[in-house]
Every structure is written in structure tokens, then in C-alpha cells.
Design a protein around this ligand. Sequence first.
Ligand code: PLP
Length: 369
Amino acid sequence: MLSNSLNFSGGPGALPLSVLAQTHAAILALPETGLSILGMSHRSAWFKEVLSEAEQNLRTLLHVPDGYSVIFLQGGSSLQFSMIPMNFARGAKVTDSTAPAEFVVSGYWSGKAVEEAATIAPARAIWDGASQHYSTLPVFADLPRSPHASFFHYVSNETVEGLQFNEVPAALGVPLIADMSSDFLSRPVDVGAYSMIYAHAQKNLGPAGVTVALIDNTMLERIPSGLPAMLDYRTHIEHHSNYNTPPVFSIYVLNLVTRWLMHDIGGVDAMQRINARKAAALYGTLDAMADMVEVHAEPAARSQMNIAFHFKDRALDQVCIDAATAAGFSGLDGHRSLGGLRASIYNAVTEDAALALSAFLADFGRSHG
Ligand SMILES: *Cc1c(COP(=O)(O)O)cnc(C)c1O
């Protein structure tokens, strides 16, 4: 039997068991309304309260500065790959001297981001880790950046390859935009350093269907007129994320997750300390198995959210996944683009679960080494 508490999926993935229990009850009847969450109107006072609490909790957890909008969007992070250039790289602020939007291509997702952007506006990769199979990250200060780029984009945590930046790039007068889909709320972030941060829910925040965006309101003057309403950030800001029917269920669960993070965990600083211990336990085990296992990421680029690795004897990859499944673990298959294994240790994966997986892997190593 697979177990919710041993879910190491890359996403959608683990949610806190207390959130699952509240969601279970809410499917039949919300304590506040007596109605199923699945039948609650997005125009109800109850849902408006949920939206406003979720926004406020995110502002509190991340110390979002005044002058930033916090909105809930649909279309996943993938839609942001095209919505960002549509809003910020084609408007009145773009002149003949505006250089292309600049992207760091550090893995699977940042590669998608620049590809999509290039269908909308001039965009270029100024660094690409392909020659090292996306196992390493650049130092931001070494990048050949233009001070005239329409914006600078990077992915803070490469979910597939298991790479994570631990520094914030300098703005250089260029709007800084980060896809934090797979490490949002896993550690503190200096929101004020960014013009925009976005993250869909299904890695660290809740179920699929909702994407959070934090946007510096001074960016709004860049938006060209004539965009379709749904693709214009101003529509969602002006209507408090309730322009058309939002994903009521996903936002409800996301709100429960923010409450859990605030009250059960104690905020993002506490979350970061727990996440660091989980990652240290697993990397420690894998390093001790270095004669038979290779971690995909170089040590300096290792992610605290996703640990991608494989056995030197590649036949053991599937043997290990099967044995793990038999022991109740799930979600350990590597991304289809990379193969091998991947342990995703998002916020809701407990320290006990990470230690259980460590012990399982060490055991597996002893019996197959
Ligand atoms: C999973 C992921 C995406 C894709 O998100 P969708 O919501 O499926 O569009 C984008 N960026 C990163 C960093 C991801 O981890």
C-alpha cells in the first residue's frame, strides 16, 4: 500500500496530512457554510474571505512589500512563460534600444520559458547549461547581461534536474522575474528585489489549478493596450483574482496550506530549517553510497527540494523504484526527460519521511552493493 506520508512526487505531490483531513471534510460540508467546497459560488462572501485571507497570509509569510499585487491565476506556470513577455516586453516602455528579454537556461523548465517567450517577443538565452547536461548553475555576476534587456528571467529551482540558486541576481536596472514554482515558500525570499515572482501551486502550495503571482505595481505601466482581458495582469489585479470563475477548490486548499505553514510550522524561516535537515539527511546517505550512486547536480548547485540521482548500474534504477514502491514510497521515478530517480522533498514531506527514505536507500545500497 502506498502512503500519503511517503509521497516524494515531483508534483502534484505531498500535502500536509492535516490539510488533507480538512479537505476531506470540506468535500462534504464546509464547517463555515454547510455546503460542499465543490459547490461553493465564487461570488459568495465566504469565498471572497478565502481569497483575501490567502492573499494576506502570503503577504505575511513572505513580508511582501507595499506596492506589490498578489494574484491567483490559471494556466499553470506554463502560461506565465508567454504572459510575461506579452505584458512586459511589447508595451510602451519597449523602444528601439530595448534589448531582448534575457534568460538563464539552467534546465528543463527554464528552457521551456525562453522557447515560449521567443514566440511573443525578442528573447535570448545568455547562459545554457546543456553542455554539462544541466548539472551546474552559473554565478549571476559573471553573466553577460545587457542593462537594456526588457527583463531578466530565471528559474530559482530546477525541478527536473534538482538544481537550486542560493543567490539573488542584481537588477542592473532590468526587471528581475523568477519562476519559483518548485521552491516557493520553502525558504525566505527578498520579494522587493524582484519585479515579479510566480509559482503554481502543485509543488509546494496545494493542488494543481492555481498559480500565484507577486507583481511590483510599477510594472503595470509596461503593459500594452489591447491584450485579451484574461491575459492582461491588470484584469486579475482589478478584480481581486475573481474576474472569471477562479479555481475555488485549489485556492481553498492553498489557503489551508498557508495556515499550516504559519501556525503548525512557524513560517518560512522555520520551514527552511526543516527543509535543510531533510535535504542533508538524503544527500548524506547518497554521498555515502558514492561508489554505486551519482547525484545529478554538482554539490554547489544541489536543490533542497528535488534530489535527482541514478545508480551507476542503470539497471538498479528500476529495481530500487520497485522496491521503494513495495515499501510504501511513491513518486520516486525521475522525470521522463532525465530518467533515474528523483526524491522531491517539498514542504509537506516531513522530516520523518525523509529519514525513512534515507534509511530505505541505505538498506538498498547494502543489499545491492
Ligand atoms: C512544474 C514546473 C513548471 C510547469 O508548471 P505547469 O503548472 O505544469 O505549467 C514550470 N516551472 C517550474 C520550475 C516547474 O517546476
